[in-house]
Design a protein around this ligand. Structure first.
Ligand SMILES: Cc1cc2nc3c(=O)[nH]c(=O)nc-3n(C[C@H](O)[C@H](O)[C@H](O)COP(=O)(O)OP(=O)(O)OC[C@H]3O[C@@H](n4cnc5c(N)ncnc54)[C@H](O)[C@@H]3O)c2cc1C
Ligand code: SF4
Ligand code: SF4
Ligand code: SF4
Length: 374
């Protein structure tokens, strides 16, 4: 498989480390390893072989492309250009991005509803798209997140209803999910990727920069983005929950962040509420700088904010996303209604922008990298 080179020279891993990773901007989305096997992940991305990118004369071995840098959602890029390439001309909004339709929705499947975070729309759409033979393109499966035990998030490729339902529910910890695509490039032709704003943006940049050069039908991706206000590093979050809430992580069966509180459940019963601000020190500078609350480059973005409890808000952005949602409505896979409160999303965006401005000012004063995303 060959990729056409980028037009502009890109700095590569050295610059990714200097500008993003070492200055706290990395959200551990995994996009930098989408095309490159030299990167691995611990708490942060690192090179398996420290000298692998650069020869003794300083020339990058991966050529002038440095695709790790170009896929990183924390670097500068033209959002407008990418939106236009994937969504075409359409309605656009400062707080929610480009969109075709906005709906409230909920799964009609009781099993999914029992395991899901909110209205189960994400898992129901995945299950429908992958199992229903009439859907075109034929999706072979989805890259989703499941718990590897004790709420440790793991990337997984799910293609059966059992696997998809197993991965339902939210884990409030970051993971290098996007890197999982590299392993599937050769044999999985058409897949769905589910991730937060940074994860879906990294994958979009990869599609925009590289996949568009592949022959038609060689590899196809649909993205479902999740609303995301902030995310936590797994080990620190786990320890903080156990210390502050005086509970073993293994006793928790569901977590939710709502109205400023982390709510913990055991066997469907709410057992502990704890102010989420008490965990703020764990949130990375990248999450604080990020204003991509509604995953603005995904085909369909899904959250709970703006809809009734137990329902989802859907922002449908692409033609392909709209077709899937409409088929799911026609087949009674999800029930939908209008009347989403965009005002609730705007209020969150005011807070996100304010925090982003504070971080931007601080970074500029310290001479640190600040991406321009316009
Ligand atoms: C870190 C995080 C923060 C969020 N913050 C908000 C918020 O502030 N406001 C809001 O309205 N919604 C937020 N959401 C989205 C919300 O929690 C639900 O995922 C969304 O409403 C879909 O609900 P559902 O019932 O349809 O999902 P389900 O059908 O339960 O499916 C959930 C999907 O989320 C995926 N997933 C779980 N954990 C992760 C993870 N760590 N990273 C990537 N994917 C994951 C699973 O693979 C699954 O496919 C957040 C989600 C995450 C992961
Ligand atoms: S080889 Fe290229 S893509 Fe891989 S880490 Fe080095 S600069 Fe990045
Ligand atoms: S691509 Fe993602 S994982 Fe890699 S440096 Fe950027 S934010 Fe971090
Ligand atoms: S707040 Fe932004 S950077 Fe942080 S995990 Fe969510 S989408 Fe990614």
């Amino acid at each position: 498989m060959s990729f056409a080179p980028l037009i502009e020279r890109s700095p590569g891993f050295g610059e990714l480390r200097n500008s993003i990773i070492d200055t706290g901007l990395c959200s551990l989305c995994g996009s930098c390893s989408l095309l490159c096997e030299r990167i691995d992940y611990g708490e942060m991305p690192f090179l398996k072989d420290e000298v692998s990118c650069v020869t003794l004369t300083g020339v990058k071995k991966c050529g002038t492309h440095g695709c790790c840098f170009d896929n990183c959602p924390m670097t500068s890029f033209s959002k407008k250009e990418v939106e236009f390439a994937f969504f075409g001309e359409g309605s656009t909004d400062l707080d929610i991005g480009s969109y075709r339709k906005i709906l409230s929705a909920r799964s009609t499947n009781e099993r999914i509803l029992k395991k899901a975070q909110n209205g189960g729309t994400v898992t129901s759409l995945l299950n429908f798209a992958i199992q229903d033979q009439s859907i075109d393109p034929k999706y072979t499966g989805a890259i989703v997140t499941r718990s590897g035990g004790s709420w440790n998030p793991l990337p997984t490729f799910a293609s059966t209803s059992e696997n998809l339902i197993e991965s339902a529910g939210s884990i409030y910890s970051r993971l290098p999910l996007a890197g999982e695509i590299r392993r599937l490039l050769r044999d999985k032709r058409s897949i769905i990727f589910v991730g937060t704003g940074c994860q879906t943006t990294g994958v979009r940049l990869y599609q925009y920069n590289f996949l568009k050069n592949l022959p038609e039908g060689a590899f196809h991706l649909l993205e479902i983005g999740l609303f995301c206000y902030e995310n936590f590093p797994y080990a620190q979050f786990r320890n903080a929950i156990e210390d502050r809430c005086k509970i073993s992580i293994d006793a928790i069966t569901k977590m939710n962040v709502e109205k400023g509180k982390l709510v913990l459940y055991a066997q469907d019963k709410e057992i502990i509420e704890y102010p989420i601000r008490e965990f703020e020190s764990l949130v990375s500078e990248g999450c604080k700088l990020c204003t991509n609350f509604t995953a603005e480059l995904a085909d369909i973005s899904i959250g709970s904010l703006g809809s009734k409890i137990g329902y989802n808000t859907l922002i449908i952005r692409s033609e392909e996303g709209l077709e899937l949602v409409e088929k799911a409505e026609d087949n009674n896979i999800i029930e939908t209604s209008t009347g989403v409160s965009i005002e609730e999303i705007r209020k969150i965006m005011v807070r996100k922008r304010k925090m982003s401005e504070i971080i931007t000012t601080k970074r500029l004063a310290n001479g640190q990298y600040v991406p321009k995303i316009d």
